[in-house]
Design a protein around this ligand. Structure first.
Ligand code: ZN
Ligand code: ZN
Length: 312
């Protein structure tokens, strides 16, 4: 069985990032977290759209390079990629897995031309996504779904799309991947939930980038994960995202050994949140902290982790 050896947080903010433009455009700006994020000591508050890179040792090629599975590729992917790929010596993207069709999850697709144009790094990027997300991508990027729709010099990213279902496992680099369907807000017109997919990677990791509700049958599929990555937008619950206490409830429920919050908006300050979470961590006897952009987590053979960032 393939194993995850490394998890890198490409982006850990919400759709509008931190600093939030609206805060800096105030005259004068008053938002303490956004102002702090501009300083050298406050850099962990600079957060871009949520995205995670999962690095896997393929059991069929144990001496080969780690395989790179990217979860989501949103509006800020280009900037994040500049901060991550060269700094950590990462090149290929062996698969891109999309959670849903919102701008902060898919709008970076166009920038993947850097990987495939002229076959620089690879011929194409395999993309796994649900039907609804594929419809969004087809409308937003018709030339990425079919080159017949390209109009320029044809220097566009090349993808192999696989449409997946919520109840079917698939496999990348010898790792079983299980979709984790969750609610991420609802349609205003009908009140029906908007479904987003989290994913479970092998036995080790469950990752929910965007959710305001996890159905019991999905929670069941997340049990006994060693690492949990879970959405936490702000202090209070929000219509389409978990608030802090909801995220902590999921952590309490699943009791993974290592827990990381992702998707934080500008009103959660990194150091303050870390300290508050450390109290819960002590009570629950597990590790829980806010992730930050560029955080690299090495997953050790004994199940422990080692955290670092090139910025430190
Ligand atoms: Zn702000
Ligand atoms: Zn979303």
């Amino acid at each position: 069985m393939s194993v995850i050896e490394q998890v890198i947080f490409v982006g850990t903010g919400c759709s509008s990032n931190t600093p939030a433009l609206k805060c800096l455009l105030e005259n004068p700006p008053t938002c303490e977290v956004c102002l702090l994020s501009l300083t050298e000591e406050g850099w962990k508050n600079r957060r871009k759209n949520p995205s995670v890179l999962i690095r896997v040792r393929d059991h069929r090629d144990p001496n080969g390079r780690l395989r790179n599975i990217l979860v989501d590729c949103g509006k800020t992917f280009y900037q994040s990629a500049l901060d991550i790929f060269p700094r950590y010596g990462i090149r290929e993207i062996d698969a891109l897995i999309l959670s849903h069709g919102h701008a902060d999850a898919v709008l970076g697709l166009d920038d993947l031309r850097a990987w495939t144009s002229g076959g620089t790094l690879q011929e194409s990027v395999p993309v796994y996504l649900n039907e609804e997300t594929f419809a969004v991508v087809s409308r937003a990027f018709p030339y990425l779904v079919s080159k017949a729709n390209a109009t320029g010099g044809g220097e566009v990213a090349s993808f192999q799309f696989t449409v997946i279902k919520g109840n079917e496992q698939f496999e990348v680099a010898g790792l079983d991947i299980t979709p984790l369907p969750v609610h991420h807000g609802k349609f205003m017109s009908t009140g029906e939930p908007y479904w987003c997919f989290g994913y479970r990677f092998g036995k080790q990791l469950s990752c929910i980038t965007d959710a305001n509700y996890i159905p019991p049958e999905t929670l069941e599929k997340m049990k006994n994960s060693e690492i949990l990555i879970v959405d936490c937008l702000r202090e209070a619950p929000y219509m389409s995202h978990f608030g802090l206490h909801q995220a902590i409830d999921v952590v309490k429920d699943l009791k993974a050994r290592h827990n990381y919050l992702i998707g934080m908006a500008h009103n959660l300050e990194h150091e303050d949140l870390s300290q508050r979470l450390s109290v819960f961590a002590k009570d629950l006897d597990l590790h829980i902290s806010p992730a930050y952009d560029t955080l690299k987590v090495d997953v050790l053979a004994d199940g422990y982790v080692r955290e670092s960032s090139w910025r430190e």
